[in-house]
Design a protein around this ligand. Structure first.
Ligand SMILES: Cc1cc2nc3c(=O)[nH]c(=O)nc-3n(C[C@H](O)[C@H](O)[C@H](O)COP(=O)(O)OP(=O)(O)OC[C@H]3O[C@@H](n4cnc5c(N)ncnc54)[C@H](O)[C@@H]3O)c2cc1C
Length: 438
């Protein structure tokens, strides 16, 4: 594991590190310590990690987190504004992440790092500190597609796809949502029927929408109902093997959020897919929901990155901006409360995610725990960034202050992979034993 990251660190320490990235890293390494008002000696309060979540991390997790943070601050942050303005996702990002060992980092074998669930979450947090869209592209690759193949794939499927995906050479998409079925994927209309003339093949037909990475993906994990049984099965659709006219993946343009990621449809018209590309054993919603479980964990720690970045930016702005008698905004109680609320939610959300990550690696995490942290962390990140946005006054409307981009993005994180209200219903069912979905 260390070997995968060691060669990277010297490169990131090179003088090419931007001034902004250097400042940020310095601040991370030596957090500014405000005066301790409680006593003259003893521990001091670190506003960037108020409940000292770092003390719960292993050496390896700290090293992985630092590598990811360095890469994201040096290589992603300088690109994000233009990417967001142009609604342009740079495919090279996945290759760069692959070179660093950041893709599928918690998977074993096949060129993956074999790190802990928490380590993989720390990577999503580093990426989302820059942009939720960049994190979405990575999560789909790492958790939904690679994670799904790792869990449900045949040996041949794993050997064929996982290593090139870990390197970022093959790009994945995960097609579950349909135009008429989002929160209710069990009613999906996409079907797979045996090929009438070609033995060992299925024909897939149907449409998926709002699919991250689909316009540029090489491997599309498509969930479809088998015509023979009506049961949902997972298929790995390889773009290069699809005859012309059987697979289209048009982009959905002019999004109001997640503009630094690419989103599209998957349209299948009697698309022939070998039976060897179907997951052999998993049936029903267990397949897609297991993949989503992993990705939702990454979102829960990821959105804490967007929230922490918003806190840091709002704090800096509040200390520099002066109003009324030349006082910094930070002097005013209403402004301080906004920062206090946000820092508290970020600290609580991080601790909860670390705890669930540890339970997951011990085989003791339930899907409801993931629902709880995904829902809570996304809701609190969205709520707090909306409030912190107020500190910037009119400047919040300029994208150069970044806060508006986080707010817009966090709305989507609250919506995809189970909208927050749906996770409430999952928790409500677990608490009462009564199903409230339908
Ligand atoms: C940018 C972006 C990227 C995405 N990427 C992917 C991807 O890669 N792969 C993929 O498969 N999907 C993806 N999605 C789709 C996403 O997962 C869905 O949008 C989400 O599941 C919600 O489905 P829906 O949009 O159809 O909303 P609906 O299901 O129509 O829900 C609309 C509203 O009604 C509420 N609601 C629905 N049913 C109930 C109920 N029974 N009780 C109470 N309230 C209810 C919901 O909570 C929600 O607030 C993406 C979406 C976006 C915006």
């Amino acid at each position: 594991m260390e070997a995968m990251f060691r060669p990277i660190i010297p490169r990131l320490r090179s003088p090419r590190l931007s001034q902004a990235a250097r400042l940020r890293l310095k601040r991370q390494q030596q957090p500014q310590r405000p005066r301790n008002y409680a006593s003259s000696s003893g521990p001091t309060f670190d506003w960037e990690d108020p409940l000292v979540s770092k003390s719960l991390l292993t050496e390896e997790e700290l090293a992985i987190s630092e590598t990811a943070e360095r890469y994201c601050q040096e290589r992603l942050l300088p690109r994000v504004l233009q990417a967001y303005r142009d609604e342009n996702y740079d495919r090279a990002i996945l290759s760069e992440m692959g070179e660093l060992g950041l893709l599928g980092a918690n998977l074993e074998g096949y060129g993956c790092a074999g790190a802990s669930t928490v380590a993989a979450g720390l990577i999503t947090r580093a990426v989302e500190r820059v942009d939720s869209g960049y994190r979405s592209g990575m999560s789909v690759q790492s958790s939904l597609v690679m994670g799904g193949i790792h869990q449900f794939g045949t040996t041949e499927q794993k050997e064929k796809f996982l290593e090139p995906m870990a390197r970022g050479q093959l790009l994945g998409a995960f097609g579950l949502t349909e135009p008429n079925h989002g929160s209710d994927p069990g009613s999906m209309e996409t079907t797979a029927r045996p090929h009438p003339t070609k033995s060992g093949y299925y024909l897939l037909s149907g449409a998926k929408t709002w699919i991250t990475n689909s316009p540029i993906a090489d491997v599309l994990m498509v969930w479809a109902k088998l015509a023979e049984t009506g049961k949902i099965r997972g298929f790995l659709v390889e773009r290069s093997a699809c005859p012309p006219g059987t697979l289209e993946t048009p982009a959905i343009k002019n999004k109001s959020a997640l503009r630094a990621s690419i989103t599209g449809m998957i349209q299948l018209d009697d698309c022939p897919v070998p039976a060897a590309n179907m997951f052999p054993d998993v049936e029903g919603l267990r397949g897609p929901f297991s993949c989503l479980n992993s990705a939702r964990y990454g979102i829960a720690l990821g959105v804490m990155g967007a929230l922490e970045d918003s806190i840091a930016r709002a704090r800096t702005y509040a200390l520099e901006r002066r109003q009324f008698k030349n006082n910094p905004l930070a002097k005013y109680q209403l402004v301080q409360k906004k920062l206090a609320d946000a820092a508290t939610d970020a600290a609580y959300g991080t601790l909860a995610a670390i705890q669930v990550g540890r339970l997951k690696d011990e085989g003791k995490a339930t899907p409801e725990m993931i629902s709880m942290i995904k829902r809570q962390n996304c809701d609190r990140a969205l709520h707090n960034t909306r409030v912190l946005q107020e500190i910037f006054g009119g400047n919040a409307a300029s994208d150069e202050y970044h806060i508006g981009r986080h707010v817009a993005n966090l709305f989507v994180t609250q919506t995809y992979e189970g909208q927050s209200d749906i996770h409430s219903l999952i928790l409500g069912r677990a608490i009462t034993g009564v199903q409230a979905f339908a």
